[in-house]
Structure formats: structure tokens, C-alpha cells
Design a protein around this ligand. Structure first.
Ligand code: MG
Ligand code: ZN
Length: 220
């Protein structure tokens, strides 16, 4: 029998409370090791992995970084990041039974394979999904919502939570704007409407536009 609405809400609340406890433990570990953990949230194909490749190559020799990549299946993203020479842990969420997002306990397990001491930055590439990754605190210091301009100007209004919880909103693939029927003013206005406080950076990994602003934010 379907559980009634109140029961369902109760179960979800319990899951999120348990998650928040583990997230706090993760956060304490990051803070005491002076690691800045950044949680990247977007739909599939917004350019998270490409952004990480470009970011890691710019960080080389300046900051020590590591990456945790979440995907439902395959190690493709970890294989793309591995040539950067930074420690990378691929989580395949299929095995954790929660395939559409990362949870704090999954990060805690991945941390067994990462030496936090001496590390400056930990990038967490969440599972490509604009919905539930926004609900799970991983213990990160900052959340970044990435929206590619190919996704359309209505997405901040349709998936408001991902943008509302973001400290930074990246509008990616802006080199494609001339080829698209996207109203950038509307897109900017929709982001503002959902989250008036977030920093917004428009960026293209292809042309390098906005990359200096992004790198300055990463290293702040
Ligand atoms: Mg990816
Ligand atoms: Zn999910």
C-alpha cells in the first residue's frame, strides 16, 4: 500500500536529518584540514567535467586539489580528470542505492581514499541532475549551480532549489549564445529572481571567457 503523504514526509525528513549529521562531520574534517570543498551541481551535459579539466590545469603548481566524481554508472569522468594528475575518486551511485544524487555518507566513504592533509581544494562533481542533489548537504563549504545556455532561460524558475542553495551560479557555454534562441537578459533575471544574493559568472571553457573570474572565486 502507498504510504500516506504525512508518512512519506516523515521518512524524507528522517533521511535528511541523518544526512545533515554526517554532513556536519564531513564539514569539520574539511575545516580542520583547511580544505575548501566545492559541490558542483548541474543537469547532465552542462559542462562540469570540462570545467574541472580546465580548472585543474590552471591550478597546477598553485593549489593542491582533489576530485570526487559522482555518476550513476561508468568511470568516464574520472578517466577524463585523471590526466590532470590530481587524486580522483569515482563514485558509482548505482552501488549505493541512491543513484540520482550524492549523500554525505557517500562522501565520507570516498574520503577514506583521499588524504586531506596538505590539500587546498576538493571539488565534488555531483551526479548530473538539477533536482535532488540540491537537497543533500555534503558538508561542502560552497555550492555551485551550473546552467548551460543551451538549457534555456526558464530553468532557474523550473528547478529553483538548485539555484536558491547556490553560492555561485555559473552560466556555461556562453560561446554558443549567437547560435541559440536564448534571451540572456531573461536568464539573468530568472537567476536573480530565485537567488538575489548569488554571485553569477558567465563563462566558456572553449574561449576562456569568465575563467579568470571563476578561478579567482575558486582560490578566494
Ligand atoms: Mg561529468
Ligand atoms: Zn536523487
Amino acid at each position: 500500500m502507498e504510504p500516506d503523504h504525512a508518512q512519506r514526509i516523515h521518512v524524507v525528513t528522517r533521511i535528511l536529518q541523518a544526512n545533515d549529521r554526517v554532513a556536519e562531520e564531513n564539514r569539520k574534517r574539511f575545516t580542520s584540514a583547511h580544505v575548501r570543498a566545492i559541490n558542483l551541481i548541474s543537469s547532465p551535459g552542462a559542462g562540469k567535467t570540462s570545467l574541472l579539466e580546465a580548472t585543474l590545469s590552471r591550478l597546477r603548481g598553485q593549489k593542491k586539489a582533489a576530485v570526487i566524481v559522482g555518476d550513476i554508472a561508468t568511470t568516464r569522468d574520472a578517466e577524463r580528470i585523471a590526466p590532470s594528475g590530481v587524486p580522483v575518486v569515482q563514485i558509482m551511485t548505482e552501488a549505493f542505492g541512491g543513484s540520482c544524487h550524492l549523500e554525505a555518507s557517500t562522501i565520507r566513504q570516498a574520503l577514506d581514499q583521499i588524504e586531506l592533509t596538505g590539500l587546498d581544494l576538493l571539488f565534488i562533481e555531483n551526479v548530473g541532475n538539477l533536482v535532488c542533489p540540491a537537497e543533500f548537504d555534503l558538508g561542502e563549504q560552497a555550492k555551485v549551480a551550473i546552467l548551460s545556455v543551451t538549457e534555456g532561460e526558464d530553468k532557474p524558475l523550473k528547478y529553483p532549489l538548485a539555484f536558491r542553495v547556490a553560492d555561485l551560479v555559473l552560466l556555461s557555454k556562453v560561446d554558443l549564445v549567437p547560435h541559440l534562441r536564448i534571451d540572456m537578459d531573461k536568464l539573468r533575471e530568472h537567476v536573480r529572481r530565485v537567488n538575489p544574493k548569488a554571485r553569477v559568472i558567465e563563462l566558456s571553457v572553449e574561449t576562456g571567457a569568465g575563467m579568470d573570474d571563476w578561478m579567482a572565486w575558486v582560490m578566494n
